[in-house]
Design a protein around this ligand. Structure first.
Ligand code: IFM
Length: 472
């Protein structure tokens, strides 16, 4: 079986990671990531997202690259303080017009824009008022959503509310590794968590009620996932339980996000585990949070390997040191796409879309002017085969967004990690399509039928000319 005929082949990126041109350019105000970029030692090597890939000025060139790679869809996000410098109130028309032009440019080139409302660039002005800890924060997000929906929903049909709440609340407010760099007690973390869920629900409601053309809505969460160590029923059950059990007080438990959003309740084991630190739920909150969604979006990069332990509990099997790891030292686990999608489909019974998946390596431009990123080709080949296995076994998979179209600002890791299908020389902003970009094009054009367990490079060569035609 192949991927379904209307399978969506896309790539993704996020505003702060590629646009640059923050720092007051055209009225853009600071986000918490601008603030943290200035904090000594927060981002590797003192890197910042102030310039990033200058996509703000180069979006036309970048859309031509996307077109040349035959993308059906591009997942972009909106920088909240570019559009509303104070977070609420006055709209910065110049900032808003930029997204208007970007959407038009994509559509004119046959690429469907899938818009994420929030991918971490939280307005500093609202952080000063308490950010996600403030119980008005979901209303602030609703106000911002309304502005975007009013402007773009005559052309945009597919929406995501929040990207990876586990990261912007968990890493941002609990471990402090991400902006705004807070290390709060669990009770406060869960307060921010609950407010972000309310923001999600309010945004979905606005999209349903106010979009100018029917909106398809989901979110792009991430969480700890698990794959079975063998095909035995016991190990599969162990992996399922490990995926859905709330196992610690960190924010990466799948059901801590998914159950409120899809079932209108926090999972019982999580409530028991958090005890007095669980979120305070007011009357009507769960109805606001649990809005009908069109699909389950999920960002997946790797999973734990799990077997059923002798005590009847899931047991994590560690990967050995010589296991294949990415440059981030994440294990390469193609089976994560196969099993995560299946488990989520069983539990939430909605079509799935992979909203992010990809490999970070330290790519460079070879003497021949090309980027020979064979490991990324092998990684994508394996993961897409894993996804296809899930589709073949009956899981309804709508599409796949590779992360990321361009190398970009990888948050606290600065520019160390390169995830792109397109190499970016940050000093000159020259773009070079990597071999994996050309290979992905052949996957898209064949709707996945070129995927295979044999060497994906057999019989295939990157086109000689295309990179020469990209203006630098
Ligand atoms: O770059 C990030 C992205 O912003 C969110 N998901 C994970 C990616 C890789 O770390």
């Amino acid at each position: 079986m192949a991927f379904r005929d209307d399978f969506i082949w896309g790539a993704a990126a996020a505003s702060y990671q590629i646009e640059g041109n923050t720092q007051g350019v055209d009225g853009c105000a600071d986000s918490v990531w601008d603030m943290c970029s200035r904090r000594k030692g927060f981002v590797l090597d003192g890197n910042t997202g102030f310039n990033a890939c200058d996509h703000y000025n180069r979006y036309e060139e970048d859309v031509q690259i996307m077109k040349s790679l035959s993308l059906d869809a591009y997942r972009l996000s909106i920088m909240w303080p570019r559009v509303m410098p104070e977070g609420t109130g006055k709209v910065n028309q110049t900032g808003l017009d930029y997204y208007d032009r970007l959407v038009d440019e994509l559509l004119a080139n046959g690429i469907d824009p899938w818009v994420t409302l929030f991918h971490w660039d939280y307005p500093m002005a609202l952080f000063h008022k308490g950010g996600w800890l403030n119980d008005d924060s979901s209303d602030w997000f609703a106000e911002y959503t309304r502005v975007i929906v009013d402007k773009l929903s005559d052309r945009v049909s597919n929406w995501f509310t929040l990207n990876e709440q586990a990261c912007f609340i968990g890493l941002g407010h609990q471990s402090g590794m991400h902006a705004p760099g807070l290390q709060l007690a669990t009770k406060e973390v869960n307060r921010a968590w609950h407010n972000a869920l309310l923001a999600h629900g309010k945004a979905v409601k606005i999209l349903r009620e106010e979009a100018k053309k029917p909106a398809k809505v989901g979110a792009a969460p991430c969480f700890r996932t698990a794959a079975p160590a063998s095909n035995s029923e016991q190990d599969i059950e162990a992996a399922r339980q490990r995926t859905f059990n709330v196992v610690d007080d960190q924010m990466f438990n799948a059901t801590w996000w998914m159950d409120p959003a899809f079932k209108g309740e926090y999972p019982q084991d999580g409530l028991a585990l958090f005890g007095n630190d669980a979120p305070e739920v007011k009357d009507g909150d769960m109805d606001i949070i649990c809005q009908p969604l069109d699909f389950v979006g999920i960002n997946v990069y790797n999973s734990e390997l799990v077997k059923m332990g002798a005590n009847g509990q899931p047991e994590v099997v560690p990967y050995p040191n010589d296991y294949p790891y990415t440059h981030f030292r994440w294990p390469v686990t193609p089976e994560s796409l196969r099993w995560t999608t299946q488990f989520l489909y069983e539990r939430y019974n909605k079509p799935l879309i992979i909203t992010e998946n990809g490999l970070s390596t330290n790519d460079w431009v070879s003497l021949d002017g090309k980027v020979h990123d064979t490991t990324r080709i092998d990684f994508l080949n394996r993961y897409l085969l894993g996804l296809k296995q899930a589709a073949d076994s009956g899981v309804d998979i709508m599409g796949y967004f590779q992360w990321s179209i361009l190398d970009n600002f990888e948050w606290a890791e600065g520019y160390l990690q390169r995830f792109g299908l397109v190499h970016v020389d940050y000093a000159t902003q020259k773009r070079t399509i990597k071999d994996s970009g050309f290979w992905y094009k052949s996957v898209i054009e064949s709707n996945g039928s070129v995927l295979g367990s044999s060497n994906p490079l057999d019989g295939w060569r990157a086109p000689e000319d295309f990179n020469r035609n990209i203006k630098s």
